[in-house]
Design a protein around this ligand. Structure first.
Ligand SMILES: Cc1cc2nc3c(=O)[nH]c(=O)nc-3n(C[C@H](O)[C@H](O)[C@H](O)COP(=O)(O)OP(=O)(O)OC[C@H]3O[C@@H](n4cnc5c(N)ncnc54)[C@H](O)[C@@H]3O)c2cc1C
Length: 465
């Protein structure tokens, strides 16, 4: 029996698909390069088949069949990844996790919710809202990404400055490793019980095993919300202001700082020419929100910023899940993408300057800009956007790569971290050694060998060749 027959025998025909449209839709995530390849001469091939397990036991059974036949596996959440973490080849079996969509348990007392890995973000949020609760994790892609995908990529939500990123919310994880072993970590608010196994899977991008469920620490819906927006002279001035706000003990869940290019693009009706724009949202118990709003406003005014039209906040809240479409850019021979990095406060400003200068020197560059969206006591992220039109259409991939390399080089040379929340996938894997060093790479490869001895889990993702 070949792999498809074996999987059908093990799971039943309803869980295994070779339908061409299904294979087509599961070939890759939303990485720009894969979309570009689809319109060129090298589209990603269709996988051998797609399995759609509906239980942890089915994941285990299918995985053991693949292991026995040495067939590579590509885990697929909902395919919203932007780094090429999902890219099938003709011999792979894609594990589509979307049928593992049960909410196993919600506890209003403990503020916990256990989701299967394929639960869509908006479905998780709707279920919690029905009990007066909320995730507190709202990635822009919440309507097209899964709980398992968030864990596999170490995702960040838009309200992370106060509520934390996914790794701050995961209380326990259930996963099937490449060996077929099922790992279930204990649900406890904290542990001092050896290395934390959750962190093996957080950010593992499907190379060690398949996350099948997780319990997240959730929150009660906020009592009050207040927003404000401010004009600032420069992005660098805004970085310094954000440092004072956060280090002063204030954590507005949303604190977004746009350089003047992005401010005029995103807030064209309200931005002031040549000025950066800061958008804040305070949320929580009413008394705390009022106090935080007043104190932060004082710091902002002391820094010389001026109030902008509060419509900026409403506009951001209304548009925050807008999804850009790359197709028209590609048709016009234009490459575009975003790159998120992070660094400590003293390093992030120089990284901004160096990366923007480096992007502006790319032949055919049309726009280079950045905003910050996740602040920490010791540092900040930056989210660069580039748009470029190379002189010849057949140089689009080369220009795309050059823009990425320039931003990652400026970040690494400036002492920053090359990936804040989208992961490594394929687009950053040649830069991973800059992040973890050769010693770190040896550890990661040793882990991979130990947990996936046959090398079948998501080959090509995360680890450099
Ligand atoms: C418009 C847009 C906005 C975005 N905004 C944000 C944002 O605000 N914050 C943010 O963090 N990200 C954002 N992203 C990126 C993306 O949504 C996240 O990386 C998300 O976590 C991916 O989830 P997914 O379910 O779509 O995973 P997929 O894209 O299907 O997979 C991502 C990676 O995880 C692996 N994987 C998926 N599920 C599992 C599993 N159950 N077990 C093991 N491995 C698995 C895959 O093999 C792959 O390597 C955005 C993407 C888009 C297109």
């Amino acid at each position: 029996m070949d792999i498809v027959e074996r999987l059908v025998a093990e799971l039943g025909p309803e869980h295994v698909s070779v339908a061409p449209n299904r294979l087509d839709e599961r070939r890759h995530d939303t990485w720009f390069q894969s979309q570009l390849d689809d319109r060129g001469e090298h589209p990603a091939p269709k996988p051998r088949c797609v399995v759609c397990p509906s239980s942890t036991e089915q994941v285990q059974a299918a995985l053991l069949v693949c292991r026995e036949l040495r067939v590579p596996i590509v885990p697929f959440g909902l395919g919203s990844g932007v780094c090429g973490g999902v890219l099938a080849s003709a011999d792979t079996v894609v594990f589509d996790m979307s049928a593992m969509s049960q909410v196993r348990e919600v506890s209003v007392t403990d503020l916990t919710a256990t989701f299967e890995a394929g639960v869509r973000g908006t479905d998780a949020e709707a279920r919690l809202n029905a009990s007066g609760l909320t995730l507190g994790h709202y990635p822009q892609s919440i309507d097209r990404s899964s709980v398992g995908g968030w864990i596999a990529t170490r995702a960040a939500g838009q309200f992370s400055t106060a509520y934390g990123n996914i790794e701050d919310m995961v209380l326990d994880i259930e996963a099937v490793l490449a060996t077929g072993d099922i790992v279930r970590t204990r649900r406890t608010p904290r542990a001092s019980a050896g290395p934390d196994l959750r962190h093996l899977l957080l950010g593992s991008e499907g190379i060690l095993g398949i996350v099948t469920a997780a319990t997240l620490s959730v929150r009660r819906q906020a009592e009050a919300r207040l927003g404000a927006a401010y004009h600032l002279s420069t992005l660098r001035a805004g970085i310094e202001l954000q440092r004072k706000i956060v280090q002063g003990g204030f954590l507005p869940p949303v604190m977004r700082l746009y350089d003047s290019t992005e401010a005029s693009r995103m807030f064209s009706e309200w931005a002031e020419d040549g000025h950066a724009l800061l958008v804040l949202v305070h949320e929580g118990a009413d008394a705390l929100v009022q106090a935080e709003y007043a104190q932060v406003h004082r710091l902002v005014v002391e820094a010389g910023a001026r109030l902008a039209d509060p419509a900026c906040v409403d506009h951001w809240l209304a548009e925050r899940n807008h999804v850009p479409d790359f197709a028209p850019f590609i048709e016009n021979g234009v490459v575009v993408d975003t790159i998120e990095v992070a660094a400590t406060w003293s390093r992030i400003g120089p990284i901004y300057d160096a990366a923007i200068d480096a992007l502006r020197a790319v032949p055919g560059i049309l726009a280079a800009s950045a905003h910050s969206s996740h602040a920490y006591r010791s540092g900040l992220n930056l989210y660069f956007t580039f748009v470029a039109q190379p002189p010849e259409r057949d140089r689009m991939s080369e220009t795309y790569r050059e823009c990425w390399d320039r931003v990652l080089r400026a970040t690494a040379e400036g002492g920053g971290g090359i990936a804040h929340h989208h992961g490594i996938g394929r687009v950053r894997r040649s830069w991973l050694s800059q992040e973890v060093g050769e010693g770190g790479l040896r550890v990661l490869r040793a882990l991979k060998r130990a947990l996936d001895p046959d090398g079948i889990m998501n080959p090509g993702a995360l680890l450099p060749e």
